[in-house]
Design a protein around this ligand. Structure first.
Ligand code: ATP
Length: 577
């Protein structure tokens, strides 16, 4: 990078460049002073290394401009052509502090450069075309393979909006929706190409997206698909011939049914893998609709019990008088109205499989004692029967109640609680893992549309923002209902914010309490604010907060907010901050 602000060979600085930029030039060119020019390229002074070091030691912000330093320290810098003024450094201690700071900056710069070079090498080694855009859709990186395919130079693409460089791209749409698009077909130079578009999320915001152009085109992918089909045909033929002695274990993992990319879902998947390996009882907790049954099925299907049946019992839904017979079964003639030949109970039906006891917190105390006995003795006695039947069942229990609290109040047996609580998995509410929302929306949009043979609809940025802001008290069950409702009610291909159910919009606005809610209300009342205003208000508050937390250091605040420094500057201007 040339130090010259206008691209010629001489190293100069513009008065509106930052101290950090000046520091980088001093370090890179190992010089003691740099002439400073104005917008007409007239030399208006010079900046010496010592002046700069002193400013930094005086805690000047790296992002401050040379001009502002001059204004504040008129005596420290000579404004005319002539000898630079060497400002005496105050003490030996401050000199060593300055040197340490320079060295640290130098090291940081070297590390950043080396990381950038490594990343570039990695990208350029990839066979696929890769392009990285920021939140505004501006190309920040593009690799060799993509450039070769497009017949362009990297330098000509960097800094341009992706739509100006890549034909029929949807990367900017992917940034707006936050929804990944995998295996889409995109026509480039009239050729159908396979592409992936992956939004990059940081702290609840999309900060950019990665586009991948796969192989040379659809025909190659199709050839690969044919090869895979041929291989799997050969493999299944071989399997038939070999006829394994032992019954084959299920290969497919149902972990895929747990949609989501949040850290919470990743941790849950890890726990499912561990829980699946051992036969211990699992207790799943979480609000209604968070996916406790989905999780229980995933554990069952990944475990050695997968060849047995998964039997689900909702303890709250069965009348108390029938619960015992339902769970343990009964003999013929056990009571009036008993079926001829008796009936198998849920425990027996789940033999060699998994019994899922949902809403275990609603189980009456006397039944809790009976269940504990079955768990301890691994035997069940049918109602009206005498013989005990041996059982091998994996138990998974779930509840949305606070069992510890119930134990304290004497509403749940302590011994049963400890028996169930061997492996505990908690599923956080959807509002606590908002990052999963776009993935779940995309997953259910695809499923629902496929079910009804419809073309998939897209969410606009505003609609997605509202869906992200909503608190989802009914969790994923509610989200599935909303997607079904939208697919049925919206005629066009785009789902706008206005199409969303009204309760969702109003409660998204009122989701936060206290002062913030009052302020929001005021804004809405006073200005009849459009949704965009509320989003802007949110953003302004976040930026303000980040600046306070980082003591006005804009570079650090931008990092914290997950946005590029130039974007932050634009936003500061926009919001008059
Ligand atoms: N991680 C997930 N990925 C995809 N779908 C999910 C996920 N979690 C839950 N769902 C879907 O959400 C709905 C509710 O899930 P589930 O019945 O498992 O919740 P629950 O916590 O057991 O609810 P309840 O406590 O009311 O019984 C189902 O349609 C399920 O398929």
């Amino acid at each position: 990078m040339c130090g010259n602000a206008y691209g010629c060979e001489e190293i100069v600085l513009r008065a509106d460049q930052t101290l950090k930029e000046a520091m980088q030039l001093f370090i890179r060119y190992e010089i003691n002073e740099i002439p400073v020019i104005d917008h007409q390229r007239r030399k208006i002074g010079r900046l010496t290394c010592k002046t700069l070091l002193k400013a930094l030691a005086d805690k000047w912000d790296d992002d401050a401009t040379i001009e502002s330093l001059w204004n504040a320290q008129k005596t420290a810098v000579e404004h005319t052509e002539g000898q630079p003024i060497d400002v005496p450094l105050e003490s030996h201690a401050s000199v060593s502090k300055l040197i340490a700071k320079v060295q640290r900056l130098k090291l940081e710069l070297q590390e950043a450069q080396s990381m950038a070079e490594t990343m570039k090498t990695v990208l350029d080694s990839a066979y696929e075309g890769i392009v990285v855009v920021d939140a505004q859709g501006i190309i920040r990186e593009i690799n060799k393979a993509y450039c070769q395919f497009l017949g362009i130079h990297r330098e000509d693409a960097i800094g341009k909006h992706v739509t100006e460089v890549i034909e029929n791209t949807r990367l900017h749409i992917c940034i707006e929706s936050g929804i990944p698009e995998r295996g889409f077909i995109q026509k480039i130079f009239d050729q159908p190409m396979v592409v992936h578009r992956i939004p990059i999320w940081r702290e609840g915001n999309v900060i950019g997206a990665i586009g991948m152009l796969i192989f040379q085109g659809v025909s190659e992918v199709y050839q690969i698909f044919q090869r895979v089909q041929e291989l799997s045909r050969q493999a299944s033929q071989k399997e038939k011939n070999v006829k394994r002695a032992a019954s084959p274990k299920k290969q497919t993992s149902s972990l895929d049914s747990l949609v989501g990319r949040s850290a919470a879902i990743a941790k849950i998947k890890q726990m499912v893998r561990r829980a699946a390996r051992v036969p211990f009882t699992v207790l799943i907790t979480g609000e209604s609709g968070t996916g406790k049954e989905v999780l229980a099925r995933a554990i069952h299907q990944s475990s050695p019990y997968a060849d047995g049946t998964f039997v689900s019992v909702n303890c709250a839904a069965i009348p108390e008088s029938l619960l015992e017979a339902e769970l343990f079964g009964y003999e013929e003639g056990a009571f009036t109205g008993a079926k001829k030949g008796g009936k198998l109970g849920k425990f027996q039906l789940a033999h060699k499989g998994t019994l899922f006891l949902d809403e275990i917190g609603d189980m009456p105390l006397y039944m809790q004692a009976k269940i504990l006995r079955v768990l301890e003795e691994k035997k069940v006695e049918r109602v009206g029967g005498v013989a005990e039947i041996e059982l091998d069942v994996r138990i998974i229990a779930a509840t949305n109640k606070n069992l510890e609290e119930m134990v304290r109040k004497g509403q749940f047996r302590e011994d049963l609680f400890y028996r169930l609580n061997i492996i505990r998995i908690h599923i956080p509410a959807l509002r606590e893992r908002k990052m999963d929302i776009p993935y779940l929306l995309a997953y259910y949009m695809e499923r629902v549309c496929e079910q009804f043979g419809l073309k998939q609809k897209e969410f606009t940025k505003e609609a997605m923002q509202a869906l992200m802001d909503y608190s989802w008290p009914g969790n994923i069950r509610e989200l599935v209902n909303v997607v079904e409702w939208l697919v049925g009610m919206v005629d066009g291909q785009k789902i706008e914010k206005e199409h969303l159910p009204s309760h969702l919009l109003s409660s998204a606005l009122l989701m936060k309490n206290g002062r913030e809610m009052e302020e929001r209300k005021k804004i809405i009342e006073q200005t009849d604010a459009h949704w965009r205003d509320i989003v802007d208000y949110d953003e302004r508050e976040r930026i303000k907060q980040a600046l306070i937390e980082e003591k006005g250091n804009k570079a650090a605040a931008a990092r914290k907010l997950g946005m590029h420094r130039s974007t932050l500057y634009e936003k500061l201007k926009k919001y008059n901050l």
